[in-house]
Write a protein that binds this ligand. Structure first.
Ligand SMILES: [Zn+2]
Length: 342
């Protein structure tokens, strides 16, 4: 059954419910209440499948090009909203939907602190038993207090989500262990599951309720890429067109470039379920090096990996994180297909 993500009767083209319908309401059921509460904090919400953290708005593959996508497909990040009428419409249609918060449009950056799950910390973080311990050390090293005085949610895992406000033009994206062991983050291009949502293994609960604090500058630097993401030279790629002639090394044909993309995408799409994530991470690293070397554009490489990840049924948020992480690391070691050494 498809999630009815826009009112069928709407002729306005905005996928909004009519006022008369949304005003006639009883006390908000729990998840609708959670969505409305998040929106009151200025957080842009969208529905997730019940008991899950998978967006339930239609994906690009199933887009029919009708309202609200008449001018092009809109994903969860574009459709996430603070509009109480639309929120009521969505959660009336599917009251058990969990609540996703799109971090980018919400000007939100969320630290995801994980427990050790029985694993010993790597030598650099010896003695740490939780992402909280690592964050405490980062704070001490920077000469600041632990940044815990902000809105905080505990997940069923159980991890802790520390919410921070960032500027509207913040470019901070999702990271995995960039700041330190057991610390991930969600920013532009990422989403989190809001308090009040439920998974089979438990509830997302608010554990601290102060207003969302601004992201401290020292903390922001922990999530900033070590060096600016290398951009391929558009002149070089444009000028060489399909022949893909590199200034250094032998010319690499467009066919070979395409074959390379097809091969790595197939490796992800057909990986065994248990190794799919690792394959994606490795492939993203390899492709990230080639993007940094100017062999592929960031967009075409990401798109190939996302399509493959979708075929392998890797959740979109997980794929986005793995790909960004691989690109970050690969970006530090640029190479071209014509280079011999891997
Ligand atoms: Zn669409």
């Amino acid at each position: 059954m498809a999630f009815p993500d826009s009112p069928r009767t709407s002729a306005t083209g905005h996928g909004r419910p009519s006022r008369s319908r949304s005003r006639r309401r009883r006390p908000a059921p729990r998840l609708l209440g959670a969505a409305l509460a998040a929106a009151r904090q200025g957080l842009h919400v969208f529905p997730l499948w019940p008991h899950s953290k998978t967006p339930c708005l239609h994906g690009k593959r199933h887009c029919t090009g009708t309202v609200p996508c008449a001018d092009g497909h809109l994903g969860w990040e574009q459709r996430a909203t603070v509009d109480p009428d639309l929120i009521r419409y969505w959660w009336t249609a599917s009251p058990a939907s969990n609540v996703g918060i799109a971090c980018g449009p919400s000007n939100l950056y969320v630290l995801d602190l994980d427990p050790a799950h029985g694993e010993p910390a790597p030598p650099q973080w010896a003695g740490a038993r939780h992402g909280r311990d690592v964050l405490a050390r980062l704070a001490a090293e920077a000469g600041h207090h632990y940044p815990g005085d902000t809105y905080t949610v505990r997940t069923p895992s159980p991890s802790e989500h520390l919410y921070f406000r960032v500027a509207a033009d913040s470019q901070l994206r999702n990271t995995a262990a960039r700041a330190g062991w057991r610390i991930d983050s969600r920013g532009r291009g990422g989403f989190i599951v809001a308090a009040g949502s439920r998974r089979r293994d438990g509830l997302y609960r608010v554990v601290r309720r102060p207003p969302i604090a601004p992201l401290p500058g020292w903390l922001a630097t922990c999530f900033t890429p070590l060096q600016p993401e290398p951009r391929p030279n558009p002149v070089e790629l444009g000028a060489t067109g399909v022949s893909g002639t590199a200034e250094s090394g032998a010319p690499v044909s467009g066919i070979r470039r395409q074959r390379y993309l097809d091969t790595v995408a197939a490796a992800v799409a057909h990986a065994a379920p248990r190794t799919a994530h690792d394959t994606l991470v490795r492939t993203a690293y390899a492709l990230g090096r080639l993007v940094a070397g100017g062999e592929f554009t960031d967009e075409e490489a990401r798109a190939a990996l996302h399509v493959a990840a979708q075929q392998r049924r890797i959740p979109a948020y997980e794929a986005a994180e793995a790909i960004s992480s691989g690109f970050d690391r690969g970006g530090l070691r640029p190479r071209r297909l014509s280079d011999r050494a891997a």
